[in-house]
Design a binder for this molecule. Structure first.
Ligand code: PMP
Length: 458
């Protein structure tokens, strides 16, 4: 492999000619000269085809929890590929890694979530969940309980069902989504929706919106409420502490299943194995992906609690659902080794006790900046809201411009973070040290200054 300039040019041309990227404006990408090509990575750094070393403050797509270049994970994949590269879990068969991983997840996840249904992505896990939950209510003799309730700005994936479940307006604007049977309520997003209310009072109001929606649809028609404990791709929306206890009570009151999507928040991201522990949630089902393998191989799981599992088992009959790669032995072997690394290196504790609080302190220093309206974080996931007037939380116009400018400055400074609207998002590997946090936050401040100047504010 070379990293000559002409090789980069050839890759870019070929990429533009043949490769349709996810979530990409194809015309825009071609006009801007094509993609940045990442050729290697180690620890918390990426290297591109021009030899630039880049600090990855997004852990890939919120997934490389143990960092890059782990020989143990490569070895686990190699060994498993030689021993048994593939076998399926259909027709009364199983493989040792899938059995061991299901048991390990049962041990790690909150009490009761003792059974795993495997897939390959967060999106397919959410589709599995939708089919399983509707099947469950049918078995219970309540087949009219089909409606799924979720939030505006939620992200649950890109398939027809998971994009319907999500609350991304741009996605719903294409291809006739959401499908029928998916309803959305206000997110617990104080910065945008809180108005004059205190965050605590607003949290209760956002929970009340869930109850109102259940009542307007009719509780007898509502299958489940689905939420990310904190909304990641929607802008790291961290709910006020008053929100989840009330939502959990409402779900119980109306016999609506509570389902948490921990695709981002699972496996230590928040300084807890699962954010459900932090928020005191006892979900009926939990969706897992990303950090389950630290992104080294595709894998997802729907963890199923006794309420649903006992009915599926007791009622009998086939659940007509599954994927060729459900329980893929190589992905499961890598997941087991990845979980062993998280435990051995006590990465969850490190985030909870050291780097998480340190990130919160360092981000808090940005609050005094004239275009910073709010900073928020939990563990190693955080957001910095850029806005025109911090006192009134008034946005720049058009929304998204400031974020894109700031994001591009960060990229040019060889730090990868993300902009969601005008919120600057960080979600680094859990192996990030304080020095990396310093570099990331210092760069972000410089780039926010540059953004303010570009917008004519400073
Ligand atoms: N749920 C959540 C909370 C996510 O953040 C994502 C992906 N960002 C998904 C589901 C979908 O996962 P995938 O891209 O693996 O399909």
């Amino acid at each position: 492999m070379t990293s000559q300039p002409d090789q980069t040019v050839r890759w870019r041309e070929s990429d533009t000619a043949h490769h349709l990227h996810p979530f990409t404006d194809y015309k825009g990408l071609a006009e801007e000269g094509g993609s940045r090509i990442i050729t290697h990575a180690d620890g918390v750094h990426l290297t591109d085809s021009e030899g630039r070393r880049i600090l990855d403050a997004m852990a890939g797509l919120w997934c490389v929890n143990v960092g890059y270049g782990r020989p143990e994970l490569a070895q686990a994949a190699y060994d498993q590929m030689l021993q048994l590269p593939y076998y399926n879990a259909f027709f009364k068969t199983a493989t040792p890694p899938s059995i061991e991983l299901a048991a390990k997840l049962a041990e790690l996840t909150p009490k009761g979530l003792d059974r795993a249904f495997f897939g390959s992505s967060g999106s397919d896990a959410n589709d599995t969940m939708v089919r399983m939950v509707r099947h469950f209510w049918a078995l219970k003799g309540q087949p009219e309980k089909t409606v799924f309730l979720s939030r505006v700005h939620a992200y649950h994936g890109s398939t027809m069902a998971s994009a319907s479940l999500g609350g991304q307006a741009a996605m719903h604007g294409q291809g006739g989504l959401p499908l029928p049977g998916f309803e959305h309520v206000m997110p617990p997003y104080w910065f945008d929706y809180g108005g004059e209310l205190s965050p605590a009072t607003f949290g209760e109001a956002a929970a009340q919106a869930v109850e109102d929606k259940i009542l307007s649809i009719g509780p007898e028609n509502v299958a489940a409420f689905v939420g990310e404990p904190l909304q990641g791709a929607g802008g790291v929306i961290i709910p006020p502490e008053t929100y989840w206890p009330r939502v959990q009570d409402i779900c119980r009151k109306y016999d609506v299943l509570l389902i948490v999507d921990e695709v981002i928040t699972g496996f230590g991201r928040t300084g807890h194995w699962f954010a459900s522990e932090y928020y005191g949630l006892e979900p009926d089902l939990m969706i897992l992906a990303k950090g389950i393998t630290s992104g080294y191989l595709p894998l997802s799981a729907v963890m199923v609690g006794p309420r649903v599992a006992d009915t599926l088992i007791a009622e009998g009959g086939e659940f007509f659902h599954g994927f060729t790669y459900s329980g893929h032995p190589v992905a499961c072997a890598v997941a087991l080794e990845n979980l062993a690394i998280l435990e051995r290196e006590q990465l969850v504790e490190k985030v909870r006790d050291d780097t998480g609080p340190y990130l919160a302190r360092r981000l808090a220093e940005l609050r005094d900046h004239p275009i910073v309206g709010e900073v928020r974080s939990l563990g190693l996931v955080g957001a910095v809201e850029l806005c025109a007037d911090p006192a009134t939380r008034r946005h720049f116009e058009p929304l998204g411009k400031a974020g894109t400018i700031c994001r591009d400055h960060c990229f040019a400074s060889d730090v990868i973070l993300r902009a969601v609207r005008d919120a600057m998002i960080v979600s680094p590997p859990l192996t990030f040290e304080r020095t990396h946090i310093d570099q990331m936050v210092d760069t972000l401040r410089t780039c926010i200054d540059r953004t303010a100047r570009d917008l004519g504010v400073l």
